[in-house]
Write a protein that binds this ligand. Structure first.
Ligand code: ZN
Length: 307
């Protein structure tokens, strides 16, 4: 028997939209949160902005010429497996991966890629989904994208522009009534405080920490003061790992993602963490639930967006 659905103050089933740049990002950023909310009967939708066509094969056992030749097709199939494991719905926004390049100069942006698209154009593709789904919560990346891949930075910009467009009654008249998303978050899971805690527990257990180099080069915890919301989801870390492993070309099962035993992760940092950046509802910070304080969102106005 499935759990009864969680509802808002109007009795409407709660809904959340998570926007991500590539297939696999949903399984490494906020996946345990999503799996927990699905188990609670909340409708969770992932919108993946690109197909991940220009990614590298990061699992040495699968890095063959045949797999490289059919990477777009493989990544679609991997996404579908991860989607089923997490229990979420998933849609593609339809852009191509812009590719990631280290060094200078950057190569020209490929035509058809997300980074080549005007923000307004991509936002006009995403806003109808916001109006159709009417999510109570939207989660995206912060203004730096979490890391400097052009698709991650664009995912932030496009999502924020789409929120404004969906809320504007004069915009996109064919896409249905305006929708003001009551709560908007940036996902902030990769902050120094978490890695430092896990690093210390690894040392205490006599294990080799995968974070030592990273922590040495990273003295300032620029995210620490921004965290507002800590969602307990340790019971879903196994589901998160299974979903990530479903992206078999993108993750090395013997690599650093899986180097910290789950019992250390569960004891050391049992939450996934977020920054609340817009809210039409009053809420006491810090929170432990993305849906805290939700009233009847149909009554909200964009003037209420604060934080
Ligand atoms: Zn990505």
């Amino acid at each position: 028997m499935s759990a009864p659905s969680r509802v808002d103050a109007c009795g409407d089933r709660l809904r959340a939209l998570f926007t991500h740049a590539h297939p696999d990002d949903e399984s490494s950023k906020g996946a345990a949160t999503m799996a927990r909310y699905v188990a609670e009967g909340i409708r969770v939708v992932v919108c993946t902005l690109t197909g991940g066509e220009r990614g590298d094969i990061l699992n040495p056992k699968l890095d063959t010429p045949e797999n490289n030749a059919r990477l777009p097709e493989l990544r679609k199939a991997e996404m579908e497996r991860a989607r089923a494991i997490l229990g979420v719905e998933q849609v593609w926004l339809g852009y191509e991966d812009s590719g990631y390049f280290e060094g200078e100069p950057w190569p020209p942006t490929p035509p058809g890629s997300l980074a080549a698209a005007p923000v307004e154009e991509a936002a006009a593709r995403l806003a109808p989904l916001l109006r159709e789904l009417r999510p109570h919560v939207v989660v995206t990346y912060d203004e730096r994208g979490g890391y400097p891949h052009p698709d991650h930075i664009m995912t932030h910009r496009v999502t924020m522009a789409a929120l404004d467009l969906a809320a504007d009654p004069a915009a996109l008249p064919a896409a249905g009534p305006a929708w003001i998303v009551p709560k908007v978050y940036y996902q902030m899971g990769f902050h120094r405080r978490r890695f430092a805690k896990l690093d210390r527990l690894m040392h205490e257990r006599g294990l080799v920490s995968p974070y030592a180099d990273r922590l040495r080069d990273w003295q300032e915890d620029e995210m620490a003061d921004r965290l507002t919301t800590f969602v307990p989801c340790a019971d879903y870390f196994e589901v998160r790992d299974k979903a990530l492993l479903a992206h078999a070309t993108q993750v090395d099962p013997d690599g650093p993602w899986f180097a910290v035993p789950l019992d250390i992760q569960k004891a050391g940092w049992p939450t996934e963490d977020y920054e609340l950046v817009r809210s039409t509802v009053p809420t006491a910070l810090p929170e432990s639930d993305l849906f805290a304080g939700l009233a009847c969102p149909a009554a909200a106005s964009a003037d209420d967006w604060r934080i």
